[in-house]
Write a new protein. Structure first.
Ligand code: ADP
Length: 199
């Protein structure tokens, strides 16, 4: 199965667009959710994180203390690099397992960190969701109730629109001016036809 990256900054609409791909029958893998799952369930990784960040890295019920960890890594770039390097091997193995069992023409890997994900696996195509930063911030404030300054901190660690545009094979404009469903349908048709032609 070919793998298509679906990327965009926080609040650009990745989860929304991924749901539409799923409705079209395309399997979706969420790299951020997978990283979280590994951090909460893989005993070796859990021990590593506790050793590095302290026992506060987890709540008493075993859930990841995201607020605590975000407070560290989004204030200190070397800590974010450390975290990514610790978690990525576990996500990479899981992606390979997912790909081995899939039988579809292509699957979508949803990721906020495209360059990091490109180190884990190869992509057949890259789909980028573009949306103005001010609109993205407004959406995340409504979605998560996060403070604007916390969102801005996270944004600084993500790829810029210019970087993503350069890497992208397709760009979906999600600023409310164009139909999302139509744009996604056209991309789905184009990718499926190209793969079928090569078969
Ligand atoms: P991401 O996964 O990239 O962070 P989401 O898909 O969660 O972004 O979108 C952020 C918020 O904006 C969500 O609450 C979502 O429902 C909303 N949203 C996204 N795209 C649109 C749109 N075209 N129209 C209205 N709301 C949208």
């Amino acid at each position: 199965m070919k793998l298509v990256a679906l990327t965009g900054g926080i609040g650009s609409g990745k989860t929304t667009v991924a749901k539409i791909f799923e409705l079209l029958g395309v399997p979706v893998y969420n790299a951020d959710k997978s990283a979280r799952y590994q951090m909460e369930h893989h005993p070796i990784l859990k021990s590593l994180l506790i050793e590095h960040f302290g026992s506060q890295a987890y709540h008493v019920d075993g859930r990841l203390n995201s607020e605590y960890i975000s407070g560290i890594v989004f204030n200190e770039p070397t800590q974010l690099t450390w975290l990514n390097q610790a978690v990525h091997p576990y996500v990479a193995i899981h992606i390979q397992e997912w790909l081995m069992h899939a039988k579809d023409l292509y699957g979508v890997l949803e990721t906020a960190l495209l360059k990091e994900s490109m180190k884990l696996t190869n992509f057949y195509k890259i789909v980028h969701i573009s949306s103005p930063e001010s609109l993205r911030i407004k959406r995340v404030v409504i979605r998560d109730g996060q403070l604007q300054e916390d969102i801005l901190k996270k944004l600084r660690f993500q790829q810029t629109e210019e970087e993503l545009l350069e890497l992208a094979d397709f760009t979906i404009l999600n600023d409310g001016s164009q139909s999302l469903i139509l744009q996604i349908h056209n991309i789905h048709k184009s990718i499926s036809n190209e793969i079928l032609k090569k078969c």
